[in-house]
Design a binder for this molecule. Structure first.
Ligand code: AMP
Length: 132
């Protein structure tokens, strides 16, 4: 059965899309730990990130780098952090977490409230700055 992230790529489940190319997709995390928290996935369904073939892993990181630079440009970050956990969704993904202050809690358990309108706005302003 397709993963929830594959369903997002196919447009069967809505998402706040940030960027896409032939092999990768980026969208806002629906339960963010910071405004602009973004997930980057390879379209290929592989559960564990360290099971990605070397070339695909490299491409995933390069795609994530481009998205992270877009986040930094669009939002007032000091940088964007990267977290890989993968305990919830069995489809490899990288969390890109905009960091706004050195004291920010960047734990994946530290969810913040972001309204639907703000999520739409964040997707618009970040995607406008991402060139993949
Ligand atoms: P983990 O697998 O622990 O790295 O976390 C999976 C992440 O996917 C969590 O941060 C969820 O909030 C996020 N997530 C789950 N379903 C969706 C969805 N439909 N749209 C966006 N993000 C999602």
């Amino acid at each position: 059965m397709a993963t929830i992230f594959t369903k997002i790529v196919r447009g069967e489940i809505p998402s706040y899309k940030i960027a896409e190319n032939d092999t990768h997709f980026a969208f806002l995390d629906i339960n963010p730990i910071a405004e602009g928290h973004t997930l980057v996935i390879p379209k290929k369904e592989i559960d564990y990130v360290f099971d990605l073939p070397d070339e695909l892993l490299g491409e995933t990181l390069v795609f994530a780098k481009k998205v992270a630079h877009g986040i930094d440009k669009a939002l007032d970050t000091i940088r964007t952090g990267i977290i890989v956990e993968g305990l919830e969704v069995p489809h490899a993904h990288i969390h890109l977490v905009p960091i706004y202050s050195v004291s920010q809690n960047v734990s994946l358990r530290n969810k913040v409230d972001v309204t639907e309108d703000r999520m739409k706005e964040l997707a618009e302003i970040i995607s406008a700055e991402v060139k993949v």
